[in-house]
Structures are given as structure tokens and as C-alpha cells.
Design a protein around this ligand. Structure first.
Ligand code: EPZ
Length: 416
């Protein structure tokens, strides 16, 4: 298996262009199941997770052509089963459940099972689908759902689940009557998906707020749309500039999606200039510790928690980082401690005392965002860091080592 080797100490300088958002592309590609005909989706990132959902959609009979800009045609659906071997590699496969039931009246999707960061149940997806009139049973580790035609309903999500909101919003577009999603998630990726669905003829209002209204229609038509820039990738590069004391311009991003992070990094002492579709981040001098609490959007994103922890590990002072979204998202802590970080976990919080220097070490990636945080730590550390299990990082970052080395980072991938 490949490894990534980093020699720390270089200040990052220059421009980096952000790729399309993984967490927008996945539901948008799943939405193609709702219509017959050729959709065109632009700015699809080249990631392992995208390859996985392409395989999954192909297994359902969907035709997909191209790279970057994809043409997707679900005119003929030959299967409504998402198999365990595909779903277990990517939990977001659950996003085919709602569209399949809405389009063909049935679906059999493997339960995703947990992952490193938590149990990650899909009970809220199932409960909401039942509220739309689907008959849902759990059998042999699969969710089996059937409905001649879904019926609009008022649905309240106990937790504002991102893919739960996406799954049910897609299903409700073809339901009979009106659906209200209350305590809906507000992430920009949901707004992007709603725009695509509206382009297909769906009648949706309120996406981006916590109440989304969907008026069901008989049928949808193909659409052409673009995936928004990846705010988590952009945030990761902002932090990379800070942790190396560099000066980086981040191009092709949407700064409005990064308010919480930008506020925190400015509190920590970074200079961040905001333009319409770019950011400039300078990290000069040592940074101050700040406290962080992850929350659903527009709060501080859980997907940037590990990355800002790497920054706080070398900031001046003490930072309390509280993870409220997932129950086990501190796997990166033990690896950072091996690099000399001073971190103590107390329940849902990690107490981070900044140290003057981290030291390079062999470390192991456990999940996508933890991998990114260890790369950031390696860029700032004295000496060499070797990151193994890099397949985690390839799921969500397009050629991260190439982008970082183009900014002057001493980082390379070696075949393992
Ligand atoms: C999405 O996951 C993202 N993935 C995650 O990004 C992100 O961390 C997460 O939202 C939170 O922002 C995609 O969009 C593909 P949730 P999702 O449902 O939808 C609980 C990354 O690194 N919950 O909003 O699975 C759940 O356990 C990934 O790119 C239930 O209890 O997250 C969690 O504690 C990691 N029952 C909380 O809600 C349910 O039915 C939020 O989860 C659903 C969720």
C-alpha cells in the first residue's frame, strides 16, 4: 500500500485550486436515478469515493461517461439492489435508497455499518421513508423498502442529518403531495443538491434553512449542473498555510461556506483576505490557541476538527476542542501525541496544550480527515513523517500531495 512521506519545515507559498465537493457530488450523482435521460454534471472531483458511486450506479444499470464533467443516464434501471461489498466501502451509498424507492417503487440497500468515527446509524433515513409511506424492513443486513408511490408528509428529524435530509428530499420530489422536512440539515451541499433537483423540475423551497418544502411532481427531466467547490478541502489548505507560516492563495472556492473556520483562524492570529471566489491566508509568526466546538452547519464543521487540532498542537496556549457530531472522532490524537503533541482527551473534548515543535514519525491514517490532519502535522514537524494507509486520504482529497508539493511542501507519495 502507498505511503506519503513528508519532510517538515517548508513554508507553503503560491496558489492552489480547489476541486469539486465530494459531499455534494455524491448525492447529485445519486439524484440521476430519479430521471430517465442524459444529465450533465460539471466539476466532479476525481476521488476514490466517486469511483465507488460510479460502480454502484453502474450496477443498477445507470450509464456514466466522462471525467470531471460526467454524463449520467438512468433511463433503464436494471437492479434496485446496492450490495454489501459496495456499500461497506462507502457509507454514502445509502443515498441511492430514496431515489430508487421514488423512481422504481423499491430498493434493497445494504446497511452501511459503522465506521472508524462512529456507529453512524441510518435510523432517521428509514423513519422518514416510512413517514412517506414506504414499507421498510431490515433483513439480512439490508434495508428493503417498497412503495407503489410515496406520499408527502411532515417529517421532523431528531438530528439534522446531512445525508438523511438529502435522501428524503430526493425521495419527496416524486411523492404525491407536499412534504415538509423540519430540523433539516443546512449544509451548502444540500443547497447544491436542491438546485440540481429544481433544474430537473422538482419543486423545492427552503433548502439551506431548517425547514425544506417539497411539492411532489409526476416526473422529472434531465438537468445540467455544476458541483460546488469543496469547502473542507479549502479549509484544509487554509490551515496548511497557518501551520507552516506560509502565504497561500486558495482559488475557486466559496468563502461564504467557510465563515466559522475563517473566524477561528483570525482569532488565532492568521491574516485571511476574502475575495469573491478565493482566499489568501498568511500564517506568519506563532498562532494563539483558540477553543473549537463542532456543530452542524453553519457551525464549525466536524470535518475540519482534526485539521484545526493539528494547528492548535503548535499554537501558543491551551485549546479545548469539543466534538459534538460524532462519538469517536479523535483517532488522530494518539498519532499526533506520537509526534510530540500534548493532548488529553476528556469525554467529548480534547485539551490541546501547544508545543514549540512537533517531531516527524511513522503514523497511521484511520479515517479521511484524520489523514489530512497528520499530513498537516507532518508539514510543520521537524524531520520526516511517513503516513501509511493513505487510501483513506484518496477517498476525499484529489492528489493532495501534488497540490501541497506545488506549494513548496516537501511531500511525496511512495509505492508501498
Ligand atoms: C455527512 O455524513 C458527511 N458525508 C460527513 O462527511 C460529515 O462529517 C457529516 O455529514 C456531518 O457533517 C457525506 O455527506 C457523504 P449525519 P452523514 O447524518 O450524513 C447521527 C467526510 O469526511 N445520525 O449528518 O452520515 C450520526 O451518527 C464525511 O467527508 C443518526 O443517529 O452525517 C451523527 O452522529 C465524514 N441517525 C449525526 O447524526 C441517522 O439516521 C450527524 O450525522 C443519521 C445520522
Amino acid at each position: 500500500m502507498d505511503k506519503i512521506v513528508i519532510v517538515g519545515g517548508e513554508r507553503l507559498r503560491g496558489d492552489v485550486r480547489i476541486s469539486g465537493a465530494k459531499n455534494a457530488a455524491l448525492p447529485i450523482l445519486a439524484s440521476a436515478l430519479l430521471v430517465g435521460g442524459w444529465n450533465t454534471f460539471h466539476n466532479i472531483p476525481d476521488l476514490v469515493d466517486i469511483k465507488t458511486i460510479r460502480k454502484l450506479l453502474n450496477s443498477l444499470g445507470v450509464e456514466i461517461e466522462g471525467q470531471g464533467t460526467l454524463r449520467v443516464n438512468a433511463s433503464v434501471i436494471t437492479s434496485c439492489e446496492a450490495s454489501y461489498d459496495l456499500v461497506r466501502t462507502m457509507r454514502a451509498s445509502i443515498l441511492v435508497l430514496g431515489p430508487l424507492v421514488a423512481r422504481v417503487g423499491e430498493a434493497r440497500v445494504s446497511l452501511p455499518g459503522g465506521c472508524a468515527i462512529g456507529a453512524r446509524p441510518v435510523n432517521l433515513h428509514i423513519k422518514a421513508l416510512q413517514a412517506l409511506g414506504a414499507e421498510v424492513t431490515l433483513k439480512d443486513g439490508y434495508v428493503e423498502a417498497k412503495a407503489a408511490r410515496l406520499k408527502g408528509a411532515e417529517i421532523y428529524f431528531d438530528i439534522s442529518t446531512v445525508t438523511g435530509t438529502e435522501n428524503i428530499m430526493m425521495a419527496a420530489t416524486l411523492a404525491e403531495g407536499k412534504t415538509l422536512l423540519k430540523n433539516a440539515a443546512r449544509e451548502p451541499e444540500i443547497v447544491n443538491l436542491a438546485e440540481v433537483l429544481i433544474g430537473m423540475g422538482a419543486r423545492i423551497s427552503g433548502a439551506g434553512s431548517d425547514v425544506i418544502t417539497i411539492e411532489g411532481v409526476e416526473r422529472l427531466h434531465p438537468a445540467e449542473a455544476a458541483v460546488i467547490p469543496d469547502r473542507i478541502e479549502a479549509g484544509t489548505f487554509l490551515i496548511a498555510a497557518g501551520i507552516t507560516g506560509g502565504d497561500v492563495r486558495i482559488l475557486g472556492c466559496n468563502p461564504l461556506h467557510l465563515d466559522a473556520l475563517i473566524a477561528k483562524l483570525r482569532d488565532a492570529g492568521m491574516r485571511i483576505d476574502v475575495a469573491e471566489d478565493s482566499l489568501r491566508a498568511a500564517g506568519g509568526g506563532s498562532l494563539r490557541s483558540v477553543d473549537v466546538k463542532t456543530l452542524p452547519y453553519p457551525g464549525f464543521p466536524t470535518d475540519l476538527q482534526a485539521q484545526i487540532m493539528a494547528l492548535m498542537a503548535v499554537a501558543k496556549g491551551r485549546s479545548v476542542i469539543t466534538e459534538t457530531v460524532f462519538e469517536n472522532r479523535f483517532m488522530h490524537v494518539s498519532e499526533m501525541i506520537r509526534m510530540g503533541a500534548d493532548i488529553v482527551i476528556q469525554g467529548k473534548s480534547a485539551l490541546v496544550r501547544g508545543v514549540s515543535k512537533l517531531h516527524g514519525a511513522p503514523v497511521m491514517a484511520t479515517d479521511l480527515r484524520a489523514s489530512a490532519s497528520l499530513i498537516l502535522a507532518g508539514l510543520a514537524a521537524e524531520g520526516t513523517t511517513v503516513l501509511s494507509r493513505v487510501y483513506h486520504i484518496d477517498r476525499g482529497y484529489q492528489q493532495i500531495e501534488k497540490k501541497l508539493s506545488a506549494l513548496g511542501g516537501d511531500i511525496r507519495r511512495v509505492a508501498g
